[in-house]
Design a protein around this ligand. Structure first.
Ligand SMILES: [Zn+2]
Length: 67
């Protein structure tokens, strides 16, 4: 499996449960690939954020203030 497929499965996982084979190959890839592990963590936290988003404010990513 390549990173592209792994990331696709990670996104897909948000919409439906993966079947056994998909899960297995995804886990195998995550074991070997740090990049996709990071991506997996991001997907999870993004999901958590968007769930609690209704009451929250948008993240302040405004860095235009420099002297
Ligand atoms: Zn990867």
């Amino acid at each position: 499996m390549q990173c592209k497929q792994a990331t696709q499965l990670l996104s897909l996982r948000q919409e439906r449960p993966l079947n056994r084979r998909e899960k297995f190959s995804l886990q195998f890839h995550l074991m070997l690939c740090k990049g996709c592990r990071n991506f997996a963590a991001q997907v999870d936290s993004l999901r958590a954020i968007s769930r609690g988003y209704a009451k929250g404010q948008p993240p302040s990513s405004d860095e235009s203030e420099s002297k």
